[in-house]
Design a protein around this ligand. Sequence first.
Ligand SMILES: [Cu+2]
Length: 118
Amino acid sequence: MRLLLVLLLLLGCRGADLPAADLSAERFATRGKIMKIDGHTLEIQHERISKMRTVDGTLEPMEPMTMVFSATSAAPIEQIAVGDLVKVEFTTHYRTDAVLRLVSIEKLPAGTTLELPR
Ligand SMILES: [Cu+2]
């Protein structure tokens, strides 16, 4: 019984449990490098994003930086490791605990050159 509880807790922390219902929502794309993985959240150093919806509702570019993204069932991260180069699509959910939700994540070949600040 206790083992089952522990298993459930572990599964809960794996976090591909955010709804993927946002698949029809406005999505944005970037590429970047995985800097840190903590449960279902990832820190990704991302390239410039040409246009992204801001908290004010406007569309604006975003310069390269490191941001926190949340995995969802649409973009599981079991195969993703720190140091991987990835191409991602995400949706924005301001005023929630998971503002930037991945709707796709795809590994790029190891030698891919990204436009990131040194
Ligand atoms: Cu950013």
